[in-house]
Write a protein that binds this ligand. Sequence first.
Ligand SMILES: *Cc1c(COP(=O)(O)O)cnc(C)c1O
Length: 406
Amino acid sequence: MSVEQTPVQRADFDQVMVPNYAPAAFIPVRGEGSRVWDQSGRELIDFAGGIAVNVLGHAHPALVSALTAQANKLWHVSNVFTNEPALRLAHKLIDATFAERVFFCNSGAEANEAAFKLARRVAFDRFGSEKYEIIAALNSFHGRTLFTVNVGGQSKYSDGFGPKITGITHVPFNDLAALKAAVSDKTCAVVLEPIQGEGGVMPAELAYLQGARALCDANNALLVFDEVQTGMGRTGNLFAYQHYGVVPDILTSAKSLGGGFPIAAMLTTDALAKHLVVGTHGTTYGGNPMACAVGEAVIDVINTPQVLAGVHARHDLFKARLEQIGKQYGIFTEIRGMGLLLGCVLSDAFKGKAKDVFNAAEKENLMILQAGPDVVRFAPSLVVDEADITEGLDRFERAVKALTQA
Ligand SMILES: *Cc1c(COP(=O)(O)O)cnc(C)c1O
């Protein structure tokens, strides 16, 4: 049975959609592995991964099979009932991490919203109404709900929406002295991304995260790691905290967790979780069977030594070639990041031109990302073929050549 579909084009976007996005000129219609095809049949290589979401590329057989099997069984029951995929996925996340309890929701912002509410509730229950301050990093990104956008350290995203949420302080990232000066007995949580993603692919220093852990412990504050972008194998460990060996009290995951299907999770310990008693928090779709069935397949495929080791191997391929391109064309000063979250820092001559690099890449049939105006970001599938890496980086070099020699 096929339903007749109205033809649509990119121009329709400007007529029917709220103009908060500025999507590219083409419309992708199909994907397979790290290749995507648009309406005209043009084939592109995808190193953007739907912003670090398509962790196993497009239409991965294990995910298609998990989704279609679940689609024939049960789509949704709400949290008035529980369901098998949610319980199985929770077990898998607990087995693989520090966590003992899981709360499912649908987006990174929602996972962080839950984390921040939990941190405030724990402090309220244990220490009273004066301990509610959250300390976060400048340049951080935690989502776009009112609470999460206020915790995020980029005022361009939080200004202009009325009164700000109070009790949030921002400190420079990787500056332990500044964090130490900001933490007090009023602090309920310190919130950090192990690698600032949107803020320019900026990894935390080990001593910074260790120092943050110690400051939290000394001040009865919780350490929250936002691993929405760094989690689910992106760094070559299942979660970045495992690479650093610094264990948070609360961790949030989204993006890659569903490999393209919307799902997010907040992970925490038993002792903290018990503060969210019946009725304190919730969401209709959280733990949806379709989402959790896909999440199970994602973790089954990713959390294996071969796939995680493959991330390191692919990192080396990307990094070596990007360094060569950066030097040869004088466009990058540094390639930073971990695993398959890479940031190419534009040299002075190209400062502010990340969008031009994006456009040049698109002309060469390559999808990439920016992370702010000064950093070109790569977040490809963790299982991208070596041939696709080579071909994609050849296209990237042609784009850089065209841009720098224009
Ligand atoms: C993308 C992102 C978010 C927000 O996730 P949404 O699913 O867009 O709500 C939060 N934190 C980090 C670190 C992210 O990269």
